[in-house]
Design a protein around this ligand. Structure first.
Ligand SMILES: [Zn+2]
Ligand SMILES: [Zn+2]
Length: 158
């Protein structure tokens, strides 16, 4: 009888020298350095397969994809099936990541407004005038009498 065990490999951090890091960790737990390609290549089987066995289904499917790859641009570890880096979009084959989107695109209307100070000052003044005009005219409010009560005292002369 034979059974197949999928287990986490082990790797060493070449930055701080931490040894026997579980393949589960995409970064060195000691110094936080992302696992680099040469560290992935040097990954070795665990001494104790049972202790390092992968049992969670999602982790198993990850493991069956093959070893991760390290992005040469940002250092992120990506699963083997991913053609591009999840973090920066760089390709596994070395395609550079696409340029970052313009960060100020969202506040363009604000920038446009601020670049025309005369226009928005006029707008604020107009709003102020309208507010003053609204306050000075009389307003009629529709009302409803909801309750009426009075007392009537009759003094009887005896
Ligand atoms: Zn380290
Ligand atoms: Zn990347």
């Amino acid at each position: 009888m034979s059974s197949e065990v999928t287990a986490w490999g082990k790797w060493d951090c070449t930055r701080c020298g931490q040894r026997d890091i579980s393949g589960r960790d995409k970064r060195c737990p000691s110094c936080g350095d992302p696992r680099e390609q040469h560290e992935l290549d040097a990954m070795r089987p665990p001494d104790d397969f049972d202790a390092a066995a992968i049992t969670a289904p999602d982790e198993l499917s990850l493991a069956h994809d093959g070893p991760d790859w390290s992005c040469r641009y940002c250092g992120s570890n990506n699963r083997a099936s991913a053609p591009t880096c999840e973090s920066c979009g760089g390709g596994r084959d070395g395609t550079p990541p696409p340029p970052a989107p313009e960060p100020a695109a969202r506040s363009s209307w604000l920038r446009r407004l601020l670049s025309h100070p005369r226009r928005w000052i006029a707008g604020v003044l107009l709003a102020l005038v309208a507010l003053i005009a609204w306050c000075t005219i009389d307003h009629e409010f529709a009302g409803k009498v909801v309750g009426l009560r009075w007392t009537h005292t009759t003094t009887l002369q005896r």
